[in-house]
Design a protein. Sequence first.
Length: 389
Amino acid sequence: MPLDHQTIAKCKIVKAVANRGHIASAFPEFDDNLNSHNMDKAYATITTWPHYQPTPLISLDKLAKSCGVAAVYYKDESQRLDLKSFKALGGAYAVANLVAAKKADGIEPSNITVTTATDGNHGRSVAWGAKQAGCHAEIYIHEHVSQQRADAMAAFGATINRIEGNYEASLAACKADAEANGRYIVSDTSWPGYREMPLDIMAGYSVMGRETLDQMQGVKPTHCFLPIGVGGMAAGIVAPLWRDMGADLGKMIGVESYMSACFLDSIEAQMPSLVDISEETMMAGLSCGEISDLAWQILQPALDHCLSITDDAIAPLMAGFADGRFGGGSIEAGECSTAGLAALLAAKNDPAVWQALGLGADSIVLLIGTEGATDPVLYEQLLTEGRQP
């Protein structure tokens, strides 16, 4: 086994929910959500960006052998542009579209201010996109976002506003100030009356799914473990897979922190549900208490199961990636990048969950490595912690 039994024991599923609303069907070409037109447009645009290249799809052969499955593939977003996160595909693409539309209306980029609330990575993408487009960015963060992540956004010229409370508090402040000051919100969360920007962001994220299909060269994943915050990234992965595989879409499995499992609660209730976050997970990108309406429209029928997990295995799994224990060499994996692996290993330890998910010797598993060391100080601290016996 590429990991010791003590680490594997730290991989814990708090709750597993089967989606009774799951539907096996051809991909619905949504009129007002992700569809072939906006996914193809995003792919055509983003692949022309300077320094664009597909991020690696890595075979974790040691892990696959020890889990008794046919293959485990890891999409490594730590190498996405110079932002070390899949978020580079979303916020920057939405900013570019906004600025182009406003320029067509005669508004200069220097007179445009974009704004967003973020745990870090989405804000970096918006800040980077604003710098590329020549507009200004106002970024709202909550009190638990590290100073290193704040500094990384400020390095692109963004103004940082730190708000007391959680992510929802920072989003409320962002919305209020945007309305008062004529700013353009670039959020990956949709709500009634606000869909265009998060739809652009999800279309940007769909590039990951398109790349993955190309890299797998005709091999189709039977199981995909999807880290979920508000759901935009997961929907962006699912949509191109669903379009390609149709009714034969593999099992799409949502993975959340038990501290902020808004999608699991929503799938269980079969309606969008809020989570009042009282404790913050180390997986900052998953600390979201409210789902995206757009993501719900795609994920509600597509998800097979939702799992909630603890933080206990984050540090040792990050160290395992860095030390090359899973196959594929050394991998720089941030906190959220461990979510899918933690869920897979926890399922392996629980025969009932393993059976419910339909995992076995023929399974081809896809894991999403959402980010690398986006907070280098925290990353090194967690590696040190994770390597201790």
